[in-house]
Structures are given as C-alpha cells and as structure tokens.
Design a protein around this ligand. Structure first.
Ligand code: GRF
Length: 194
C-alpha cells in the first residue's frame, strides 16, 4: 500500500457533476484519493468552475489551438505531467485521448451506457432509440479505441415509460457518480494495477 492519497487528474468537458462527486468525497475527509488538477478541452466548463471553487489548479487545452491532433495530445500529456498524477480520470471528457497521454498514464473513463453496447458520444440517446428497457453506466480502463477498454464496474438503470434523453441521463448520472467514487476508492486502496 502506497503512502498518501492517490493523486487524480480529472478531465472534463461539461457540467462536472462526476468531478463534484469526487470533490465531495475528498471534502468528506475519508477518501483515499485527492484531485490534483482538472483539465478541460474548452473554456467555460462547469467542471473547471467547480475545481476553481475548491482551490484546485485547472488548465484548458482545446484541440483547435493545435495544427495537428498529435500536437494536442502531446500538449495534454505535458500539462498532466506537471501535476504528477497517479491516475487520469476522464469524467465527461468528450475527446478521444491519443498515444502521448495513454502511454504516459493509466486512464479511467466513465460512460453513460452498459458497454459494449452503445459506445461513443451519444450512449444515452442510442440506447433509448434502440428501445432497451435496461441501460446504465460503465467505468472502464481507457485504451486506444472508443469506449473499448477493460470494464471495471457497471450499474444498471431501468428505462421508464415516457423517458427522454434528459430524464434518463439524469438517473444514469446518479448511479454513475456513486460508481465512480467507489471505483476510485477501490483503485486507491489496492494499487496492484499500477
Ligand atoms: C456523464 O454522463 C459522462 O459519462 C458523459 O457525460 C456526462 C458528464 O456529466 N460522457 P458531468 O459533466 O460529470 O455532469
């Protein structure tokens, strides 16, 4: 067992409620992890605002700032490395990570569907459109594919009559936040994955 909390770098693109669940865990005092930096791929995310409110360093690294995707990938890897994270968490980060980041860090992603069904940016919409009665969320290791890496944990959520993408996603996110905190707590307590 390594000394000290597991150092997490969290990547966000949106409102950051998954990040908030981690921050709440840290603020509660008994989480075996800490959030050392929050990175976003665009300005003005709720996630970066939440991080700043908690006094956590942030950075923004937009793909559009670089001539090539590989340059963005390398810049993102450098920005992350400045904070020496033990683990990178993609928590609603809507970009596919490249080899510079994936070679340097272990990365965990959370996805709002039961993988391998409904990968990609529209997992909730696609599951609803398919007519499934049960969907959910998945926490997995990130590899070079899109939502293809080894599954760590999953939670099921029933689709209710009358659900739309918004109502279903909100119920999935309740499970997703709890799952993410539990997965990271387990990964912090048993570091045999390193
Ligand atoms: C989550 O459902 C995540 O899986 C998906 O986008 C949502 C992000 O929510 N990719 P938040 O920004 O953590 O509130």
């Amino acid at each position: 067992m390594s000394a000290g909390p597991l150092r997490l770098a969290v990547l966000v693109s949106g409102s950051g409620t998954n990040l908030q669940a981690l921050l709440d865990g840290v603020a509660g005092g008994d989480a075996p992890f800490s959030v050392v930096v929050v990175g976003a791929d665009r300005d003005g995310t709720g996630g970066a605002e939440r991080a700043e409110g908690a006094g956590i360093p942030t950075f923004v690294c937009p793909v559009a700032d670089f001539d090539a995707r590989s340059e963005w990938d390398a810049a993102l890897a450098r920005l992350l490395a400045e904070h020496a994270p033990d683990l990178v968490v993609s928590a609603g980060f809507m970009k596919v990570l490249g080899p510079a980041v994936l070679d340097a860090f272990r990365v965990v992603n959370t996805h709002p569907a039961l993988l391998p069904s409904f990968p990609g940016a529209h997992g909730v919409r696609d599951a609803l459109a398919h007519g499934v009665r049960v969907t959910g969320c998945t926490c997995h290791w990130v590899d070079a594919g899109v939502d293809t890496g080894p599954i760590i944990d999953q939670r099921a959520v029933r689709v209710e009559d009358g659900d739309d993408v918004g109502s279903l996603h909100e119920r999935i996110k309740v499970e997703e936040r709890a799952m993410l905190v539990e997965v990271l707590t387990a990964l912090a307590r048993d570091r045999s994955w390193r």
